[in-house]
Design a protein around this ligand. Sequence first.
Ligand code: SAM
Length: 402
Amino acid sequence: MLTYPTDLNSDEQELARTRLRELAEKLTADGILRSPQWREVFERTWRHPYVPSYYPELGAPCLLSIDPVRRAEWLAAVYSDQTLITKVIQMPLSRSLRPGAQPMFTSSSTLPALLLTMLEALEVTDGCRVLEIGTGSGYNAALLCERLGSEHVTSVDIDPELVDLARERLAANGYTPTLAAVDGDGGYPERAPYDRIIATCSVPAVPPAWLEQAAPGGMIMVDVRGKIDGTVVRLTADGAGTATGHFLPGYGSFMPLRHTLDFPPPDSVWETDDEPVDSVSQVDPAELQYGNEFGFVVQWHLPDVTWSPATEDGQPGVHLRAPDGSRASVYGTQTDGGFRVSQGGPRRLWDRVEEAHTFWQESGRPSSERFGITATATEQYVWYDHPDSEHRWPLPAPQPAE
Ligand SMILES: C[S@@+](CC[C@H](N)C(=O)[O-])C[C@H]1O[C@@H](n2cnc3c(N)ncnc32)[C@H](O)[C@@H]1O
């Protein structure tokens, strides 16, 4: 087992304690840490044993806790509000020459502010049985164990190496939750039902197994997303296979749940040889960005569509692309009183963006918490303001776990 020494000398302990307290104060002042219980738990739970190394930036070597020169830097990062990438897999050589080819992050220690936002919103009480999907570093499992006791915590990850490391690190800090290396898409029936299911990886729709394994009145908290932006939704299960609830305010983006340890196959995109059709749009492509409310709304209109930025003459634009070969490019340079659009393939993607824009403008530019999801094992949809709203967008059909 490859482990790194994370024991701190007395100066380092002092530094870590000071930084942890400062971070707790900042997160309290920002309104993220709201309850005395979570504040106490946060201040009692070290993060450094779970993140002995991380990738400071893509391609850079791992910064290790065993590098004596960089230990202060490591501790400063661990006790700051940062996501720390902890595992990366290289792209296969056969695909590495494609434009934009990059290694893929497969695990990280989540941004503390995001973890705590979710933990606070999870509204746990003593005795709650929690299932976490995405053990990763084990730090979130440690927070849950510190709050609820190890016997109430189950955490699963698809990557056995991560589970082994997390088990060892958790045990070294006195925590013994139930851990398993399984595809969390199927939940973990062995310990069901759960009062809370929290996922730290994103899904296109709520896995049916989670709906089955949630206790009546239990909560499911997960980033359900299209291909543009992530936001966490909090669903309450009715005990009869349906869960419903609103998105949380703000953005909370997680890496996708995956079914294999390998690099995922490339999205298959049909090539179509039709001539693109040009038009002019009043919708500024600059409005469609990651992390903004309009992007959040657009993704429900176009759940299979990938967004990427495009630039022409220094003006920001966007490319949209769907697996069926539909595509649209929109440029930020104003022309003939609008923005130049070029669309091809079987669907007119930008026309759907315009519909989304009309809805969003007429509704007063609502943010994510005005929307919610209703999920059953066979049908799931995003709604605006109320589950019975006329404004609903279907999510991809949930796939039962294999
Ligand atoms: C953002 S990280 C988890 C962060 C973690 N909770 C922590 O505190 O460090 C996401 C994790 O989800 C895991 N994951 C991805 N697909 C999964 C699946 N199908 N089942 C279980 N875990 C999965 C990844 O291996 C990764 O470790």
